[in-house]
Design a protein around this ligand. Structure first.
Ligand code: PMP
Length: 441
C-alpha cells in the first residue's frame, strides 16, 4: 500500500533529503534544496515565501520566463488533441512544423532532423550517426573503419556514456569512469579568446592531431564559441573556422554541440554563425522548448543521412519511446515563434550592454581573476572555489537564484529580464565577493 504523501513544506523537504537524488549530489550528505512553490516571469517563488530573481534560466533552458501565457496555451491546446503518440509509423503536425522551423533556422545544409529526449541523448545520437556514417561509407575491413572521436579539452557534452567519453577527462566530471569509456582523442582547449587578436598558433596542436589521427577519426565534436561547464570560456571564432576546415580537409565529420548556445544566447541565433560555418551534425536541446519540457534535436546533412540509409543496416539505428513528443514539440514551436515576436536580438543585446556596464568592472575586485560577457552570458571567475552551500544561502537571502560552480559565479538570465533585475543580480554577486565564508580557503 502507498503511504500517505507528506504535505507540509518541512515534511516534503525531509522526504526529499532522505529519498530523492538531486544532480551531482550525495545521498548521505546532500546539499540543501529549496522547495519551489511556483515560478512566474523571471521569479522563482519559494514555499518559504521568498521570491527570487532567476539568474540561471534553470540551467540555460528558460528563454521567455516561467508560466508564459502563450507557452501554457500551446501545451493546453496540444494536450486536448493528444499529448503523445509513438513516432514509429505515426507522425503529427507539431513535430513536422518544428522540424521545418529547425531546418530553416539552423546553418545551411542541415536538412534532416532526429528528435530525442535530452541533450545527452542528442549527443549520443550525433556520435552514433557519425559512426554509422563511417561504417556505411567504408569499403575497408572492419578493423580500418574510422571509430574514434576527437574533441578539445575543457569540453562538456553530457552525462551518458558516449557523451562522457568526449567530456574533458579532468574537468568534465566523469573521471571516475575513465576505465570504461571509449578512448577518444583530446586536443588542447582553444586559448585565443573571443575578442582578442587571432593567433593562428592556437590551432597548431589541433592541426598536428588531425594529421596524425585522421585515418581513425569518425568525427570531431566541439561546443561552438562557448565552453560552458568547462569554465565559461569564450574562444575565438577563427578556431571554429579552423575546425571546419580541418574536418573537410581530412574527411572527418564536424559535430557542433549547440545545446547550451542555441537560440540566441551568444548574440547570434546559433553560435556557429560567429564563424560562418555549417557543421555536418548539430545538437540542440535546453532552450528548444523555452525551458518548459525536455526535448532535443540532432540535425544532419543530406549526405550524412543518405550514406547511413544506403548502408548495410538500411536505416539509422535509434528510436526512443518519446521521440517527437507532441507536447514538447508544440511548446517548442510556440517558444521559437516568441523569440521572433519578442525581437530576441534586441533582448540579448540589452542584457549584454547591462552586463558590460555592471558586471565587467568587478574584475578589479581582489577576489576576481577575470570577468567576461558574451550575449546574455555574464561570468565572474574567482581566484578561489566557492562554498556552494554557503553562497547559495546568501544568494537566497539577497533575493536571487544563482548557482555557482568551482571558481565560477555566472548568470544567464531569461531574455525577458529587465535592466533593474540584472542590476539586482550583479549587486548580489558583488556582495558575496566581499564575504569570506562564501569561498573555500
Ligand atoms: N551539451 C552541452 C554543451 C551541455 O551544456 C549539456 C548540459 N549542460 C549537455 C550537452 C547535456 O544536456 P542534458 O543535460 O539535457 O542531457
Amino acid at each position: 500500500m502507498i503511504k500517505k504523501e507528506p504535505t507540509s513544506a518541512s515534511a516534503l523537504l525531509a522526504y526529499d533529503k532522505t529519498h530523492v537524488w538531486h544532480p551531482y549530489t550525495s545521498m548521505s550528505a546532500p546539499l540543501p534544496s529549496y522547495l519551489v512553490e511556483s515560478a512566474h516571469g523571471v521569479h522563482i517563488n519559494l514555499a518559504s515565501g521568498e521570491s527570487l530573481i532567476d539568474g540561471m534560466s534553470s540551467w540555460w533552458s528558460v528563454l521567455h520566463g516561467y508560466n508564459h501565457p502563450k507557452l501554457n496555451a500551446a501545451l493546453i491546446e496540444q494536450s486536448q488533441r493528444m499529448s503523445h503518440v509513438m513516432f514509429g509509423g505515426l507522425t503529427h503536425s507539431s513535430a513536422i512544423t518544428l522540424c521545418e522551423k529547425l531546418v530553416s533556422l539552423t546553418p545551411a545544409g542541415l536538412d534532416k532532423v532526429f528528435l530525442s529526449d535530452s541533450g545527452s541523448v542528442a549527443v549520443e545520437v550525433a556520435m552514433k550517426m557519425a559512426l554509422q556514417y563511417q561504417q556505411a561509407k567504408s569499403n575497408t575491413p572492419a578493423e580500418h573503419i574510422k571509430t574514434k572521436l576527437m574533441t578539445v579539452r575543457n569540453g562538456y557534452h553530457g552525462d551518458t556514456f558516449a557523451a562522457m567519453s568526449v567530456c574533458d577527462p579532468v574537468t568534465g566530471m566523469h573521471q571516475i569512469f575513465e576505465h570504461v569509456l571509449m578512448k577518444n582523442i583530446f586536443a588542447p582547449a582553444p586559448s585565443c579568446k573571443f575578442g582578442d587578436v587571432w593567433q593562428p598558433s592556437d590551432v597548431k596542436a589541433l592541426t598536428e592531431l588531425f594529421e596524425h589521427h585522421h585515418h581513425e577519426l569518425a568525427a570531431f565534436i566541439i561546443e561552438p564559441i562557448v565552453q560552458g561547464t568547462g569554465g565559461m570560456r569564450f574562444y575565438h571564432p577563427e578556431y571554429l573556422k579552423a575546425c571546419r576546415q580541418l574536418c573537410s580537409q581530412y574527411d572527418v565529420l564536424l559535430i557542433v554541440d549547440e545545446i547550451a548556445t542555441g537560440f540566441g544566447r551568444t548574440g547570434k541565433l546559433f553560435a556557429c554563425e560567429w564563424a560562418s560555418i555549417s557543421p555536418d551534425i548539430l545538437c540542440l536541446g535546453k532552450t528548444l522548448t523555452g525551458g518548459y519540457m525536455t526535448l532535443a534535436a540532432t540535425l544532419c546533412t543530406s549526405e550524412v543521412a543518405q550514406t547511413i540509409s544506403n548502408g548495410e543496416a538500411g536505416c539509422f539505428m535509434h528510436g526512443p519511446t518519446f521521440m517527437g513528443n507532441a507536447l514538447a514539440c508544440a511548446v517548442a514551436n510556440a517558444s521559437i515563434d516568441l523569440l521572433f515576436e519578442n525581437n530576441w536580438q534586441h533582448q540579448v543585446h540589452s542584457i549584454e550592454q547591462q552586463l558590460q556596464v555592471s558586471l565587467l568592472p568587478l574584475k578589479a575586485h581582489a577576489r576576481v581573476n577575470d570577468t567576461r560577457v558574451l550575449g546574455s552570458i555574464g561570468a565572474i571567475e574567482c581566484l578561489q572555489a566557492v562554498n556552494v552551500a554557503v553562497i547559495q544561502k546568501r544568494f537566497v537571502e539577497l533575493g536571487v537564484w544563482i548557482r555557482p560552480f568551482g571558481k565560477l559565479i555566472y548568470i544567464i538570465p531569461p531574455l525577458v529580464i529587465t535592466k533593474e533585475q540584472i542590476i539586482n543580480l550583479v549587486d548580489a554577486m558583488a556582495t558575496v565577493l566581499n564575504e569570506d565564508s562564501c569561498f573555500l580557503p
